[in-house]
Write a protein that binds this ligand. Structure first.
Ligand SMILES: [Fe+2]
Ligand SMILES: [Fe+2]
Length: 143
């Protein structure tokens, strides 16, 4: 049994976070693969590296959740694809905004439950999501 115990509420939030990370990982990868044209050319590499970071987030959270005694989900939340370049980046920005709100909530709850490790992990992930949001915001100014 792990030394640290998490509430069902926190475990559920961690699984929701994994579902979101899998979602955006696939979403950004799909966009990276599917986009073509001059405008997309500059954006593709950025999307690829963000997609890889999201996959690492999913894995890190899944490891933590498994340690806490829960089975990590393999099911992504709905993936947004299609539309124009601008619509996609807007959807990506919204996904990052939602992650930022949710991860702040996870940090707060983990601290309340004395789970310093989960809180620390999500502070680092949160800083990545803020970077991603910035990246998408700058891309949006160009498209
Ligand atoms: Fe992420
Ligand atoms: Fe992100």
């Amino acid at each position: 049994m792990p030394v640290t115990k998490a509430s069902p509420e926190l475990l559920d939030l961690l699984n929701q976070a994994i579902a979101r990370e899998i979602q955006v990982s696939i979403q950004y990868m799909w966009q990276h693969v599917m986009w073509s044209g001059v405008k997309a050319f500059a954006v593709k590499d950025e999307l690829k590296s963000v997609a890889i970071e999201e996959m690492k987030h999913a894995e890190a959270i899944a490891e933590r959740l498994f340690y806490l005694g829960e089975t990590p989900t393999t099911k992504p939340t709905p993936i947004f694809k299609g539309g124009s370049l601008k619509e996609m980046i807007e959807a990506d920005m919204k996904a990052e905004e939602e992650a930022i709100v949710m991860y702040k909530q996870i940090i707060e709850l983990a601290m309340k439950e004395g789970d310093e490790t989960t809180a620390h992990m999500f502070r680092e992930i949160l800083s990545d999501e803020e970077d991603h949001h910035d990246t998408f915001e700058s891309i949006l100014e160009e498209v």
